[in-house]
Design a protein around this ligand. Sequence first.
Ligand code: NDP
Ligand code: GDR
Length: 326
Amino acid sequence: MKRAFITGVEGQDGSYLAELLLAKNYEVHGIIRASTSGNTANLCHLKADPQVFRKTLFLYSADLEDADSIRTPLEQCAPDEIYHLASQSHVGQSFEKVEETCRITGLGTLRLLEMTRKLPKAPRFFHASSSEIFGSPETSPQDEITPIAPITPYGAAKAFGTQMTRIYRKNFGLFAVNGILFNHESPRRGENFVSRKICRAVAMIKAGRQAELVLGDTTAQRDWGHACDYVRGMWLALQHLVPEDYVFATGRVHRVQDIVELAFQAVDLEARKFVRQEQQFFRPTDPRQVVGNAAKAQQILGWRPEITFEETIAEMVRFELQALGV
Ligand code: NDP
Ligand code: GDR
């Protein structure tokens, strides 16, 4: 039985990855920070399962900002694979919390790499890197050799973690991999990310519990996939013979406005009657031309996204309606 250690296990990706690994007969160890501010519902079903919780799934309270809190469970677990997903992951918030973002997302990654290197038997290491490392790139689509040129504090922190992961691979011989992940969504997405914010608001408006949806830049474009496809990519990346970086993306680009229209259509409402824009949700800088080329992951790992943008938004709206009993 393989053992995996997941940071950020209670987040969107961490929870799907835990399910995937448990289904593959892994023993899964994950850390959750005591002062969790996010979605604590993602692991409820696993914690409630007596066949799983504390049998094959073990959870620890630990914080990336406190190296000692991580070292103990990491050493106890002695993992075969580490999936490093914990992060201050909100790009907009990174403009307000610049230093905190760099400490958690940048320095936190370095701390974990250093601890990993010192384990008696170094495990394989996956770092959740991001398309944000490319900023607003001059070439499209982006791939593994697109220059790193972040334009947001979050992007800069991820760029540091990405480069450190490469340095530990090259200089210390660690089996360390960057998955350069483009946006991916699901019903488990944090509520302040745009896809979830829209789908949740649409359900609330349909239920008569909310009057309007207030957004920032609805012309913004992203390459949006489904989280389940991306965690499968993470696992595949660590099974390959040699450690390499991979872009995970759909190669298709949509506007925020496309999510708005699909979500309102799903409940037979006219978007223009309920949506307005407000300055507070616009960002000082926002990447443009974000679209990934996942040809390398496809060729080497046999990875390709299976769930479409349209299916993802439909699933998210359905989930929100069900949660409200509509
Ligand atoms: P989430 O924000 O859902 O999950 C991140 C997790 O990290 C949360 O559970 C959070 O806990 C935890 N965390 C934050 N700070 C700390 C800390 N100091 N110590 C320990 N844990 C901490 O992100 P996703 O699941 O969406 O993304 C997973 C990873 O992939 C992240 O690193 C993200 O930056 C990256 N990524 C995600 C993409 C996406 O589209 N989803 C695309 C590109 C990269 P808490 O509840 O306490 O905040
Ligand atoms: P992003 O995702 O910044 O790409 O980071 P987010 O869903 O926050 O924004 C996507 C785009 O929508 C625009 N937007 C709004 N965004 C939010 N959150 N709220 C709004 O009201 C709103 N209105 C318009 C944004 O300006 C942006 O252009 C995600 C995160 O998961 C990161 O961790 C990850 O690294 C990147 O994706 C790739």
